[in-house]
Design a protein around this ligand. Structure first.
Ligand code: ZN
Ligand code: ZN
Length: 432
C-alpha cells in the first residue's frame, strides 16, 4: 500500500520546520512588543459562522470550504480564515468586558479547497491579528506595525496597496451603481464575472481577465459614493501613512472577496511571487461584532500567508537560521573534550548556532564530508595533538581558511565570527 498525503495538504519536513519556527518566533516577539495577546481557536466551527460573515455567495463559502455533517447532522466547516472564529470567541467569552480595546494575534492552519498551485495549498497557514475597538484613526498605525514586522523578517521588496469600501451604506450604494453599469456591459465580461454581478459584484473589479479589466477601467469609482465621514477617514489614512513615510499605492481594484469588510482595505504584494502575488491582506470590519450578536464595536485585522512569506523571503535573502558549527574529533579524549566545548558554546550562544558532532566515530575525512553536507559555516577540529597544546583548529568552510585558537576561547571566537556574518547580512538587506 502506498499512502500519500491528501492532495493540497503538505508535510512540513525537517529543515523547513526550523525556518517556519524562526518566522513564527519573530512574529510572536513583534506582536508581543506591540501589546498583542495570542488567541487559539479550534480549526472546526459551525458552518454559519463563516457563511453569514464571509457571505453565502462568496467564492470561499460557495466553492472552497471543507464542510461536512457531524454524527448529529450539524454542518461543520474547517476554518477557511481566522477572523470569524475570533469574533465568535470574542463575544462568547465576553472579552469586550475585560477591556474596551483588545489586540489579538493568531498563528495556525486554514483550509480552502482551491486548485493547488505554488504558494497555495489546501491546508495553508496564516499569521494574523485582530484589533477590537480600533477606530479608523488607528489604521495607519496597524499598517505601520505590519510593515515593521515584514522588515523584521528581512523582507524589503513589497508593496502596500490600500483602498476603501466605505461604510455599509456607501458600500451597498456603490454595489448597486456598479451592478447597473456592469449589466450594460455584460457581454464583454468573462463567465465568472457574469455570475459575480449578482452574487459578489465587487469581485468583478479584481478580475485579471483582459476584457473584464477593460470594462472595469470605465466603471464607477467608489470614491464618488463615499459619505463625508468615510471620505475624511480615507484622506486621513493617506496623510498618516505619508507622515509615517510608509510607501503605498492606491488601488481601486482592491476589494477583498469577503462580505464583512467595510472602510479601509489593504493588501501587501511581492513582485517575486508571480500571479499569486499577495503575501497578506486585511481591512476593517466595523459591523461584524454586532452582526454576531455582540456590542457595537469596530475592528480591523489582517492575515499573512506563511507559505507565501517564505517563498518571498527565500527569493530575496535566505532567512538567517543560525549558523551550523561542526565539531570534528579524533580519539576518545577529544570526544570528551568535545562534549565540554559543546556545553560551553551552548551557554554563550544558545539560539544563535547549531552544534553538530559525529555520532559514528567516523574518520576525519568522513566527518568533514558530513560538515559540508550540513552546510556548516565553521568546523572545529580537535585531535590528540591539539589537545596536548590546549588548542583547537577552526576552519571557515566558505573561505577554507584555518587557524589554531585556544580551546578556552572557542565560544568567543565563534560568537565574534557569527556576529560579523549576521551584520554583513543585515547590511546587505538594508542596501536592497
Ligand atoms: Zn460612509
Ligand atoms: Zn472577469
Amino acid at each position: 500500500m502506498n499512502y500519500k498525503s491528501v492532495r493540497g495538504m503538505e508535510d512540513i519536513l525537517p529543515g523547513d520546520t526550523r525556518i517556519w519556527r524562526w518566522l513564527e518566533d519573530a512574529a510572536r516577539k513583534t506582536f508581543e512588543f506591540y501589546g498583542y495577546e495570542e488567541i487559539r481557536t479550534p480549526i472546526l466551527e459551525e458552518t454559519p459562522i463563516f457563511s453569514r460573515s464571509i457571505g453565502e455567495t462568496s467564492d470561499i463559502v460557495k466553492k472552497e470550504m471543507y464542510t461536512f455533517k457531524d454524527k448529529k447532522g450539524r454542518p461543520l466547516s474547517l476554518r477557511p480564515e481566522g477572523t470569524a472564529p475570533i469574533v465568535r470567541a470574542y463575544i462568547e467569552h465576553g472579552l469586550h468586558k475585560i477591556s474596551p480595546e483588545l489586540k489579538l494575534y493568531y498563528i495556525g492552519p486554514m483550509f480552502r479547497s482551491e486548485r493547488p498551485q505554488k504558494g497555495r495549498s489546501r491546508q495553508f497557514h496564516q499569521i494574523g491579528v485582530e484589533v477590537f475597538g480600533a477606530r479608523p484613526s488607528f489604521d495607519a498605525e496597524l499598517i505601520a506595525e505590519l510593515e515593521g514586522m515584514l522588515k523584521t523578517f528581512g523582507l524589503t521588496d513589497f508593496t502596500v496597496k490600500i483602498n476603501t469600501l466605505g461604510c455599509e451604506k456607501d458600500k451597498s450604494e456603490f454595489s448597486e451603481k456598479l451592478k447597473k453599469y456592469l449589466e450594460l456591459k455584460k457581454n464583454r465580461l468573462c463567465e465568472d464575472c457574469k455570475d459575480r454581478i449578482k452574487r459578489n459584484v465587487l469581485r468583478v473589479l479584481d478580475c485579471k481577465k483582459e476584457s473584464c479589466m477593460g470594462v472595469v477601467r470605465e466603471a464607477p469609482d467608489i470614491l464618488d459614493s463615499l459619505c463625508p465621514q468615510c471620505k475624511d477617514d480615507f484622506d486621513k489614512l493617506k496623510n498618516n501613512l505619508e507622515a509615517l513615510k510608509i510607501g503605498f499605492k492606491e488601488s481601486r481594484n482592491l476589494v477583498r472577496g469577503l462580505d464583512y469588510y467595510t472602510g479601509t482595505v489593504f493588501e501587501v504584494t511581492h513582485p517575486l511571487l508571480g500571479s499569486q502575488d499577495a503575501i497578506g491582506a486585511g481591512g476593517r470590519y466595523d459591523k461584524l461584532v454586532k452582526d454576531f450578536g455582540g456590542p457595537d464595536i469596530p475592528a480591523i485585522g489582517y492575515a499573512l500567508g506563511i507559505e507565501r512569506l517564505l517563498i518571498a523571503l527565500r527569493k530575496e535573502t535566505p532567512p538567517y537560521q543560525g549558523a551550523v558549527i561542526y565539531i570534528a574529533t579524533l580519539g576518545d579524549k577529544a570526544k570528551i573534550k568535545c562534549v565540554q566545548i559543546t556545553e560551553k558554546i551552548k551557554k554563550e550562544l544558545l539560539g544563535r548556532v547549531i552544534v553538530l558532532t559525529d555520532p559514528r566515530g567516523a574518520s576525519l575525512k568522513s566527518q568533514m564530508r558530513s560538515a559540508d553536507k550540513n552546510n556548516a559555516k565553521l568546523v572545529l577540529i580537535l585531535g590528540e595533538n591539539e589537545l596536548e597544546k590546549g588548542k583547537i583548529v577552526i576552519r571557515d568552510m566558505a573561505t577554507k581558511e584555518q587557524a589554531e585558537i585556544g580551546i578556552d576561547n572557542v565560544a568567543d571566537e565563534i560568537g565574534r565570527r557569527i556576529i560579523l556574518e549576521s551584520e554583513k547580512l543585515k547590511a546587505k538587506s538594508e542596501k536592497l
